[in-house]
Design a protein around this ligand. Sequence first.
Ligand code: SF4
Ligand code: SF4
Length: 452
Amino acid sequence: MAEADPDLSAERPDVWAPRRRKLAPSKPEAFAKQDTLSITPDFERFEQHNDMFCRGFWDRDFSNKNVAKFFRSFVKPSERFRDKDGFTQRDYALRNGPWVVTEMFAEMYKSRNQRDGFWDPFTAHIPPKVAPMPVEDPAKAARDVKRIAKLYGADLVGITDYDERLTYASGYSARSNSCKAIDLPEGLTNVIVFAKSMDYDLIRTSPSATASTAPAMGYAHDATILLALAQYIRSLGYEAVANQNDTTLAIPYAVKAGLGEYGRSGLVVTKKYGSRVRLARILTNMPLAHDTPKSLGVAATCNACRRCANNCPPQAIDHGDPSDFVYNRSNIKGVKKWTTDGEKCFTFWVSKGTDCANCIRTCPYNKPTNSALGKTIRWMLGTPLRKWALKLDDRLRWHDQKSGEGWWRGDKKHWETVAKAEDHPLNSRKYEMQMRLRKVLEKKRAKEKAEL
Ligand code: SF4
Ligand code: SF4
């Protein structure tokens, strides 16, 4: 997220030619038993330089002064703060506090052309060269790993098998502003996926710098859990590659490992926290029993609910049915799913001067974990009563945006609403506008293809 000496005059990177192994299925294949996620024969592995955060460094359409200022603000805040609720000097100071942890790791091996946690796995510290401790019972070893992950601070943990399709085809090098090879140890078999929940009250103020403190804390906590758990596994004599934003795709792994279901927002929706979680992964060769993907009824809820799409300020979230449509190079190719327009989302973040979490805030699964009513609504969402749950949830107004100033006051009884959120049903005007835009893009692409 933070600064990496952007070269604003950079051309599109010369793409380092990744080893393009044929990993696409011969016919569409449901991914992790999800009704709303399938891999098609057009599947291509994602290349990290197409991620919006990397494009902010090399892509002429995005690597401009405003984007550089946006990245820089996470470490060197501007001296000109907006005197606006949620965007004051103390709001940015609050957000930037935890970022220092993530930034420290990202900068640690800059001289080796690494940005640990963002574009590269966390570097193994003092790798213990010990013989692997025999694992006679992978189910028990999996239970131990989950218990330890939770001891170190994770809230949800699942384990699944390593899937090469979910490893980026190439990494990204900030130094050369181009692609680089991903070097993983041979023989990785399993992936431990964990989620750290983000603060409910902070997210209620999204979009604001106050709200952005929640992901900043999530990143910092994830980094320490990842490092500790990876070191535990290495100390047992096994490989452990710790991924945060780098190397592998977080969302499909979380779905495969049973942490939650894929949602319309393009995020994983978990039963307990909704999508208010930060995800991390450890790739390992330690023998561990696997979890299975869960069916929580999220797809059925998303078919009836469009809160995230209705409340996305730049209208980046899918109002329609899952499809293999891609908006731009930041979408993975050959996956049928609800697709988010990352360019629109990122442009909105830059215009706001901080990241946004409206899709997390407004999701009906996002509830305080200690509220009996919240638990009841989450339970109803997994049953045929979900339509009533959505109506009840619209009435309760928990999805409205709260004031950053109110968060600082800490007085929940008189916490002002600064923006009323749109409720759950389909907004046909927004849906039709999105479908028109897609048609225009499709026509433009067909024309460009014909001209080639
Ligand atoms: S983070 Fe904000 S802008 Fe981006 S998709 Fe979610 S609601 Fe839309
Ligand atoms: S807000 Fe509604 S549509 Fe969006 S992910 Fe949550 S349940 Fe699904």
